[in-house]
Design a protein around this ligand. Structure first.
Ligand code: GSH
Length: 219
């Protein structure tokens, strides 16, 4: 198996967390050719997005679908909880990250520089993000993980989102990112004490610093 992608994507790192939790060592490889929109990669994922998982018998795209696929194919250590209601709630959290958090956050990424910022867009995206986080807060148990004692699909989605919230919101004057969302903040704090998750967070920090260094060097 291999996973096309990079650690700077919250969608890719969702899958990496799921795979590592399950004890799967899946190499992460960059898209072939000139990148995500190369003919070679579009033949793998026609949407030209990462991640894409390639196995001996299939190509699976969409991070949440990949996580669920891995959980079914390698069921020894599950990332989906045992009861139908708990599974639905874990999926709600994961879906809410995709629908109500990451689009707003990614919308803000283009507005990082205060010099040429579209303030109306920033206000709109921040309000969208606030609504997304308010909703998510009602589903996260933070006891200590999103769904309680066990690390699940929900944490695989929430932890990378927290990483990027924490890295980018201060640029918009939000210093205490989880001030109004203590459950999300508690999961984020707990994540740092988990060796497997903490290791990925340090890899993500390294990848982000590397990206920022290269961007600065290229002007
Ligand atoms: N719904 C997709 C979203 C994947 C996605 O948007 N990935 C971004 C990287 S963070 C990407 O590949 N963007 C490139 C593009 O949209 O052109 C998933 O969950 O896998």
């Amino acid at each position: 198996m291999k996973l096309y992608g990079a650690l700077l994507s919250p969608y890719v790192t969702r899958v990496v967390l799921a795979a590592r939790f399950k004890g799967l060592d899946i190499p992460i490889v960059p898209p072939p050719g000139t990148g995500l929109k190369s003919p070679e990669y579009l033949a793998i994922n026609p949407y030209g997005k990462m991640p894409a998982l390639v196995t001996d018998d299939a190509v699976i795209i969409e991070s949440e679908v990949i996580c669920e696929f891995l959980d079914e194919r390698f069921p020894e250590k599950k990332i989906l909880p045992g009861s139908d209601v708990a599974r639905a709630r874990a999926r709600i959290i994961s879906r809410a990250i995709d629908l109500y958090i990451l689009p707003a956050l990614l919308g803000l990424l283009g507005q990082m520089s205060p010099l040429n910022r579209n303030e109306a867009l920033v206000t709109e995206k921040r309000a969208e993000l606030r609504r997304g986080m308010d909703g998510l807060e009602t589903f996260i148990q933070a006891d200590p993980w999103c769904m309680g004692a066990d690390f699940t699909l929900a944490d695989c989605a929430v932890v990378p989102a927290c990483f990027f919230l924490q890295k980018f919101l201060p640029a918009f004057g939000v210093m205490d990112v989880f001030e109004h969302h203590p459950h999300m903040g508690a999961v984020w704090d707990h994540a740092h004490g988990d060796p497997m998750v903490a290791h990925l967070l340090s890899e993500m920090t390294e990848a982000l610093n590397d990206f920022l260094r290269r961007r600065a060097a290229n002007g």
